[in-house]
Unconditional design. Structure first.
Length: 276
């Protein structure tokens, strides 16, 4: 299978679609990662906070694939913002790897005001070869601007919740201006089959393409250059999500999805208040 990728500012290429692993435990992560890699995935996303890095690493080794054939992203928690090398040492030990392809600060946690220190630590980690690429997760444009102002170095990736209910048009434009690639967590929205995937407009577009609603929503991300990391433990759903790479929406369909109103009460997590 052809693996579509996005070029990051530092020169590496991240696969456009990956496997999200939250909230799988170690045992489930081992099984699902192996299954996903067998199906053709080449991008796996995990984090210290997910508690499944050992299982993810076991699944990678079970696959028999060469290390360089699989993109691995992980993240570290707030307690490591002043000791990034120590935090990444733990990530790597649990994964059983010598390096990760992408290391992210999981949340900015501005209440402790150490995310610039964490960013400097990640720059050092990249120079030491512990991560091929570095970035952030759940950072707002204001947080990113501060990193740039104080270090002169932009993240290569900012991973944020992004889907048609939360299209992040302004945030993605800000990323693009600074050479930051966007990755979408929860790209299928919240609520599963009763949420975004049940929208009549999504169903109509899916019908026109002979696709599923999930494939249409993922294609909305992928065609706009947003990498997506949907999670599933089902073999059929894993294949369905991967096959979204073959769905091509037209400009009118992309715009219609972007314009979908979010349900009453829907709101993203606030990175200035939430974090770990």
């Amino acid at each position: 299978m052809e693996h579509q990728t996005i070029a990051l500012a530092g020169g590496t290429r991240i696969p456009l679609i990956g496997l999200g692993t939250w909230p799988l435990d170690d045992e489930a992560a081992r099984r699902v990662v192996r299954l996903a890699l067998d199906l053709g995935y080449r991008h796996v996303d995990t984090a210290e906070n997910y508690g499944n890095e050992r299982g993810v690493g076991d699944g990678l080794r079970d696959s028999g694939l060469d290390r360089g054939d699989v993109w691995v992203t992980t993240k570290f928690n707030r307690r490591w913002h002043t000791d990034v090398l120590g935090g990444l040492a733990g990530n790597l030990e649990r994964l059983g790897l010598d390096y990760v392809d992408l290391a992210l600060i999981h949340w900015p946690n501005p209440d402790q005001d150490r995310y610039v220190d964490a960013w400097r630590g990640l720059i050092d980690a990249r120079e030491r070869g512990l991560a091929r690429a570095i970035g952030t997760s759940n950072f707002t444009p204001a947080h990113l601007d501060r990193l740039l102002a104080e270090t002169g170095v932009a993240p290569e990736v900012n991973q944020i919740e992004c889907h048609p209910y939360l299209p992040r048009v302004a945030e993605r434009a800000h990323h693009a201006r600074h050479g930051i690639s966007t990755t979408a967590w929860s790209p299928l929205g919240r609520g599963g089959q009763d949420g975004l995937l049940a929208e009549p407009a999504v169903g109509r577009i899916a019908g026109r393409h002979g696709a599923t609603p999930a494939q249409v929503v993922l294609a909305w991300c992928l065609q706009q250059g947003v990498a997506a990391i949907p999670k599933s433990a089902s073999p059929a759903r894993l294949r369905e999500n991967l096959d979204a790479l073959g769905v091509r929406l037209d400009d009118e369909e992309l715009a219609a999805l972007t314009a979908l109103p979010a349900p009453a009460g829907f709101a993203p997590l606030d990175p200035d208040r939430f974090g770990h």
